[in-house]
Ligand binder design. Sequence first.
Ligand SMILES: Cc1ncc(COP(=O)(O)O)c(C=O)c1O
Length: 344
Amino acid sequence: METEVIAIAMDLLHGPVEGTGNITSGGTESILLAVKACRDEAAARGIDAIGANLVLPRTAHLAFDKAAHYLGLEIRRVDVDGDYLADPAAVADAMDERTLLIMGSAPCFPYGLVDPIPALGELALERNVWLHVDACVGGYLNPFAEREGVELPAWDFRVEGVRSISADLHKYGYAAKGASTVLHRSPEQHVHQSFSADDWPAGAMTTPTVAGTRPGGPLASAWAVLHYLGVDGYRERTRRILSARRQIFDGLPAFGLRVYGDPRLALLAFGPEEGDDLNIYAVWKSMHDRGWFSGVVANPSGIHMMLSPSHEEVAGDYLRDLGEAVAAARQGDASGLHPPVRYG
Ligand SMILES: Cc1ncc(COP(=O)(O)O)c(C=O)c1O
């Protein structure tokens, strides 16, 4: 089953025929394993990998910090550009001879934007470092959005410098929680993802993922859902997500709200126009009280949305409530309201 799911993923993400990978428990494990493979591949080339660094755009998921913490690596975060995208020049400036890995998101969680993977790929090849694409959110959505006419920069194995990709089955693959994929361009690099030991009485053990005995439930769910939905099912769900996104986009300007950057998929963040002192967190609180549960972002302050197919039917209701929440926040006393979560 795992081999079949990985083959489907490789096909969707334009991987080479020899490309390989594993099912993991989630995006965090997929990222951890890609970083571990990168570190151990460097060590196998005689590089002192302990304390080496990863250079990340500020929008990279904190799973990279977790991976670095577990693996004894240093994280260097650099600012994104004016469009909230990874800035390859800033990444290049932060790199040194101890840099092992750079990354781009497809898309990033905070703003839903696809980083300029082709430019990051060129940088990775030029400096001979590993480029990981975090497509945890987009891995099983972007291929179908592209089939629906959404234009994205090349973001997968089509970009030569991309060595590994994380893509979550339990997000837009619609599988039960506990299923992601980590994909490698070649078996030669994949082998460094494994852990091997033999110094005990029961013989050698080699495991490719963090678990020893791996749970089969999420894998079976992922396999079944992939077959149940098929390309047509994924395309139909993607069309509904894109319709919800369009409705939200079109409705925001009437309330003096703007979307941050140019998100074309299922994630987006929005807030007031520059210079408008609307307390967007008061709007968030008011929407929360009405039963709309979403996240927030900071720098700039905003409301964060992760759209599902079923949001197509409620986007109109959401906008109606949002209009009322914005009007109330503009009139009311919002003092004492703070961002419910702080990033950065
Ligand atoms: C872009 C991105 N990468 C990685 C992760 C981590 O995935 P998980 O929560 O499955 O470990 C997430 C989770 O939302 C994400 O949005």
